[in-house]
Design a binder for this molecule. Structure first.
Ligand code: FDA
Length: 391
């Protein structure tokens, strides 16, 4: 029988590798068990292969959770600047793309390599192709059956992420384990996910590939970014962002005139009565989108011939266009999973279970979900550090 590990971390993703490195470098004996053939697979495909590894503006307000205060402590103790310092320490070149989103200049592989180098510095053992079939807890120790072998540790960290993109090997194993240990799970659902259109709105599918800067709103939360029409409905950053706030049956409102203040159309009528709504919209939006919006509004005449009331109504419709998505593209296309292991079960300082000492949960497995733009990795790093420093 080998000496027990101080900690077994299930999942060699962003949170698991970060937590393992921190604990290992504090002298803890750490084993990471990863189901797939290689570590950090989601890191590798993230940010279009360049990994949007953090967001310089990340703060608690950028996260959704049943307890919006839960993430504060970990986020305050490990900040985007801390991660950036680590990245720079490895000489990884980076750039800010937009809205505080930081990406590698080169490849996401650099982030995985960096985390593995950090793990190696802490003499962490990372075992891939590990088939975890059972976990038992007895007399303050955890026994993990992996590939037919029992492995013992004094702590167990659930870092198996969420079920978004199952094609990549993502699983809901975290919830299975949580339930085994009697921890509450907030219902998981797809987030940062494209929404689908049906009924009369299928018309918009005809402009698949067209995108425009808009303000999208769902449940009183708005994002000013690009929206993209797809052959199934709506996507693009603005839509992915609001999808996390959208619930089936809710409308999504889109302001197609983010730069046109109130009274814009009447002003245009005075300035240029020969102009048409179509010609004006074509200046602000892609032609195919402008055409379809005008077709739906049914205002083809020159502005000078249109009653002010009709122009006011058209402007209002354009600034609050109500789409009624009939669903989302689900976990198959969701960038993250909302919900997960309830924060009520965990210490916000250490991520340790309040009821089962030695059991921890970090990263996407926990009911903390970030906006699009590097926020989810920042949560993975921060929660990984919180646990790694406490193990
Ligand atoms: P993560 O999913 O990274 O790791 C979990 C690990 O556990 C995986 O390696 C998995 O194989 C393993 N596992 C699962 N079940 C297991 C089991 N039973 N036993 C052992 N191991 C098991 N975020 C961001 O901030 N910036 C970005 O650019 C992107 N881009 C992006 C693109 C795409 C396409 C997706 C799908 C997601 C993103 N994200 C993102 C989100 C980000 O990838 C995600 O939030 C983090 O990877 C979560 O880190 P975790 O370590 O919690 O889970």
């Amino acid at each position: 029988m080998t000496e027990p590990y101080d900690a077994i971390i299930l999942g060699a993703g962003a949170a698991g590798l970060m937590g393992a490195a921190r604990a290992g470098q504090r002298g803890k004996r750490v084993l990471v068990l990863e189901k797939s053939e290689k570590p950090g697979k989601k890191i590798l495909i993230s940010g279009g292969g360049r990994c949007n590894f953090t967001n310089i503006h990340a703060g608690p307000a950028n996260y959704i959770s049943a307890n919006p205060h839960f993430a504060k402590s970990a986020l305050a103790r490990y900040t985007p600047r801390d991660f950036l310092e680590l990245v720079e320490g490895y000489g990884i070149a980076w750039h800010e793309k937009t809205l505080g989103q930081l990406f590698c200049d080169g490849s996401a592989q650099q982030i995985t390599d960096m985390l593995l180098a950090e793990c190696a510095q802490g003499a962490v053992e990372v075992r891939c192709n590990a088939d975890v079939t059972a976990v038992e807890h007895d007399a303050g120790r955890f026994a993990v059956m992996a590939s037919g072998q029992p492995i013992i540790a004094t702590s167990l960290v659930i870092a198996t992420g969420g079920p978004s993109i199952p094609k990549m090997g993502a699983t809901g194993y975290a919830y299975e384990l949580a339930r085994q240990f009697g921890l509450k799970v907030v219902e998981p659902r797809p987030a940062l996910v494209p929404l689908t259109l049906g009924g009369e709105e299928v018309l918009f599918r005809e402009i698949s590939g067209v995108s425009a800067p808009v303000i999208a709103t769902a449940n009183k939360t708005s994002f000013a970014e690009a929206a993209l029409f797809t052959h199934r409905g709506l996507s693009g950053p603005a839509i992915l962002q609001v999808s996390s706030y959208w619930r089936p049956g809710d409308p999504v409102e889109i302001d197609f005139l983010p730069d046109g203040g109130e009274g814009w159309l009447l002003e245009k009528k005075r300035e240029n009565p020969r102009a048409t709504l179509k010609s004006l919209l074509r200046e602000a939006l892609p032609d195919r989108l402008a055409d379809i919006l005008v077709e739906k509004i049914g205002l083809e005449t020159e502005l000078g011939n249109a009653p002010d009331k009709a122009l006011r109504a058209a402007e209002q419709r354009l600034s609050r266009w109500s789409f009624h998505p009939n669903g989302s593209e689900g976990f198959a296309k969701a960038e993250v999973t909302m919900g997960g292991i309830s924060t009520a079960e965990l210490s916000s300082k250490t991520m340790e279970s309040k009821r089962i000492p030695g059991l921890y949960a970090i990263g996407e497995a926990v009911d903390v979900t970030g906006w699009l733009g590097g926020y989810n990795f920042q949560w993975a790093w921060a929660s990984g550090v919180a646990a790694g420093d406490a193990l």
